[in-house]
Design a protein around this ligand. Structure first.
Ligand SMILES: Cc1cc2nc3c(=O)[nH]c(=O)nc-3n(C[C@H](O)[C@H](O)[C@H](O)COP(=O)(O)O)c2cc1C
Length: 342
């Protein structure tokens, strides 16, 4: 067992007594230091077969979901822990502080989190400078969004600015239109809005490809709170515009699974175990509706290897985790990769 996996069960009770965001900052700092000292090693794993997807070669199918490394400050450390890919961000054109604290809450009884971080990030340019110097074999995706004070009518300018800045350093770009914590952002999922946004981004992608001589896939990250008609409309647009991939799903605004919990009324997106089933259903629906050449990345409530297998069986080509890492620690990485091997 690696040092990180061995230490986590002992550290967890202490971390869980700390404010959730402080614990996150402390852990990230410790990871960076441990990595610099050469102490961060993955658990012993069976040899993994690399996976070809999105025109990229992934060392393995497990990725770190967006939001954990918003500033792209620890990609090497995440890679060293065993992740095959790391999605940094969400990044916006200008830096922004996000919502007032507290804005991250644990619901341990449900192995869940509620967050209303609000895209706190150093801005796309700061992240791009870091990524230009990265040294990791993990694939790196850059998740992009709009600033909180950019009206939806101008959202396309923000996404274009981020796409242009990220293109030279990103292995893939994820267009986040599904965070519940930026006012109006999820309205961009409406059929006409998403068609306009994606048409502009696909055009810019082609121009960037010419300029840089490399094809960087553009994926869209969607919410779990979509009904059948909305899913069909989105799939229609994704097929029509030949989007390169779909990431399903973000956090949910539903509180059904945590009804009665003291923190139920906290505004924000719910993640972890309560979103698992819904996210799997959404993956399944998109897999059925999308063309075979548009892969789905499955994320939402993976807390064990079996959960990751469930997502792959639902049609995901790759999977990501966030909340599971908080509740199960870095041992979850080996748990997932072993389950996928067997
Ligand atoms: C604290 C927190 C911050 C997040 N920030 C982002 C973000 O900036 N961009 C994004 O696309 N998703 C963000 N997410 C959503 C996750 O990437 C993931 O889609 C969601 O949490 C479901 O996966 P999980 O159940 O494994 O956590 C965030 C999630 C959490 C818990």
């Amino acid at each position: 067992m690696s040092l990180a996996s061995a230490l986590y069960p002992a550290l967890k009770p202490w971390l869980f007594k700390m404010d959730a965001e402080r614990a996150h900052e402390w852990t990230t700092r410790m990871m960076r230091i441990s990595h610099a000292l050469g102490l961060l090693k993955p658990d012993a794993l069976p040899p993994m077969k690399a996976v070809d997807c999105l025109g990229l070669r992934f060392p393995n199918v497990l990725g770190l979901a967006a939001g954990m490394d918003k500033s792209a400050s620890a990609v090497e450390a995440w890679g060293a822990l065993g992740f095959g890919f790391v999605e940094v961000g969400t990044l916006t054109p200008r830096p922004q502080p996000g919502n007032p604290k507290p804005r991250l809450f644990r619901l341990p009884e449900h192995e869940a989190l509620i967050n209303r971080m609000g895209f706190n990030n150093p801005g796309i340019h700061a992240a791009v400078s870091r990524l230009a110097k990265r040294r990791t074999s993990a694939v790196v995706g850059v998740n992009i969004g709009k600033n909180f004070d950019t009206p939806n009518e101008k959202a396309v300018d923000d996404y274009l600015a981020c796409l242009k800045a990220a293109y030279p350093v990103a292995d893939y770009i994820a267009v986040n239109i599904s965070s519940p914590n930026t006012k109006g952002l999820r309205d961009l999922q409406a059929e006409e809005s998403i068609r306009q946004l994606l048409a502009a981004l696909k055009k810019e992608q082609a121009s960037q490809e010419n300029q840089h001589g490399k094809q960087v896939p553009v994926l869209v990250k969607i919410a779990p709170d979509l009904d059948g008609a909305q899913i069909e409309a989105l799939a229609r647009v994704f097929n029509e515009l030949a989007v390169d991939g779909v990431i399903a799903t973000n956090t949910t605004i539903s509180r059904e699974a945590v009804a009665g919990h003291a923190l139920e009324k906290e505004a924000g997106g719910l993640s972890g175990a309560p979103v698992r089933e819904r996210s799997t259903l959404v993956i399944q629906a998109f897999r059925t509706l999308l063309g075979a050449d548009i892969p789905v990345i499955g994320v939402g409530g993976i807390l064990s290897g079996a959960h990751a297998v469930e997502k792959l069986n639902a049609g995901a080509s790759l999977v990501q985790v966030y909340s599971g890492l908080i509740y199960r620690g870095p041992g979850l990485i080996a748990d997932v990769l072993r389950a996928l091997k067997s």
